[in-house]
Design a protein around this ligand. Structure first.
Ligand SMILES: [Zn+2]
Length: 374
């Protein structure tokens, strides 16, 4: 393989890590002469407890080793912290004087103690390689400490101008995507869930000839990594939400968290009548036979009854009907054991049939199959 992944063991002095340290809303947290993204902008903040934070400083002051950290090396030579973010921030904040340990701020320490801290060497694995190699590697090492989500891992691999713009729109509390789609899409922007959902919609998973799913989000991100902006993704998201609002103007809480993008992809060209749809939705919402109300929207578009989890006969109902028929299948007139029979709605739900004893019968398995296939 020409693009072989490399993992290099390095030792970084705290003095070099702290050089250029800044923590701003606009740029996130940076260090290492501005070349290291300790926490990229709009990434979620983990809450690091005072005890954990102080333990890191205590370890450094005693000169004991900290666990290995992992940095990702980008194409332009800059880095991103993949594992060790909180420890790195704790060290930088202590040196800056943001907090004290045992009533000592960094600036209260004697000079030799300060020098000892600044000369302390962190063990850092720097990883370079193709994007897919890095992603696999991250998934493997992402075992200790705060778990990164799949999308956070992808963001580490496919960093670039496209991602920065996408994060601005999808990954910030109160971002435009959240303001527009909050009532329809589940998930937290800061945990990258809104971005992830939109990516699964714009580039849905397909299976290859062997039936393996494509890693579609990764393909999309790789394809657009160096685009200047993510306007296409944003326009797509806007179109999805506007289509939902125009097609289903009456809002119900069951609409939150549905796969709207996939519906949009499939039905955006279909001529749908919002008034007719709404009166049908209203009936289905009131229909006791429909157990899964959130499935009504998928049903109304696809006409697949499985989305509705229609009520089924209970074991008790089945026994009553079986005894009532004396074990005889009304369709073929043969006698069966109850285990060889299945419950059937005489009039199906789609024609107004209910799940009650008056509309029920036991059919033998083969007659039931023949009836369902009609
Ligand atoms: Zn039969």
């Amino acid at each position: 393989m020409s693009n072989k992944m490399q993992i290099e063991l390095t030792h970084i002095k705290i003095r070099d890590l702290y050089n250029g340290y800044e923590d701003t809303a606009e740029n996130g947290v940076k260090g290492f002469g501005g070349k290291l993204d300790i926490r990229p902008q709009y990434q979620r903040e983990f809450v690091y407890k005072e005890k954990q934070r102080n333990a890191v400083i205590d370890t450094v002051m005693k000169g004991f080793p900290l666990n290995v950290m992992y940095w990702v090396k980008r194409e332009d030579g800059s880095f991103e912290v993949l594992d060790g973010q909180q420890r790195t921030i704790s060290i930088c904040q202590f040196v800056k004087g943001d907090f004290s340990v045992d009533y000592h701020y960094f600036h209260n320490l004697p000079d030799d103690k300060k020098t000892q801290i600044l000369d302390y060497k962190l063990t850092v694995y720097q990883c370079t390689g193709s994007d897919s190699e890095k992603l696999e590697w991250f998934k493997t090492i992402n075992i200790a400490g705060e778990k990164l989500t799949d999308q956070e891992l992808r963001n580490a691999v496919y960093a670039g101008s496209w991602l920065s713009d996408a994060k601005r729109k999808f990954s910030k509390t109160g971002c435009v995507a959240s303001s527009l789609g909050d009532k329809y899409v589940k998930g937290s922007p800061i945990r990258q869930e809104l971005l992830e959902t939109t990516l699964t919609w714009i580039f849905p998973t397909e299976t290859d000839k062997e039936g393996n799913p494509h890693k579609s989000i990764e393909s999309y991100m790789a394809l657009h990594q160096h685009d200047e902006h993510a306007t296409k993704l944003w326009s797509y998201f806007e179109s999805v939400i506007n289509w939902v609002k125009n097609t289903f103007p009456t809002y119900r809480k069951e609409m939150k968290g549905l796969e709207w993008g996939l519906f949009y992809n499939q039905f955006k060209e279909t001529d749908l009548n919002p008034t007719a749809l709404e009166s049908e939705i209203k009936c289905l919402m009131e229909d006791d036979e429909v157990s899964k109300k959130s499935g009504i929207y998928a049903y109304i578009l696809t006409r697949d009854e499985r989305h509705l989890n229609l009520r089924a006969f209970t074991e008790k109902d089945k026994r009553t009907m079986f005894e009532r028929q004396n074990g005889v299948c009304p369709s073929c007139s043969k006698t069966f054991e109850i285990s060889e029979m299945e419950a059937d709605h005489i009039t199906p739900w789609s024609q107004g049939g209910k799940t009650d004893l008056a509309n029920g019968q036991m059919l033998c398995c083969s007659c039931n199959r023949i009836k369902s296939d009609r």
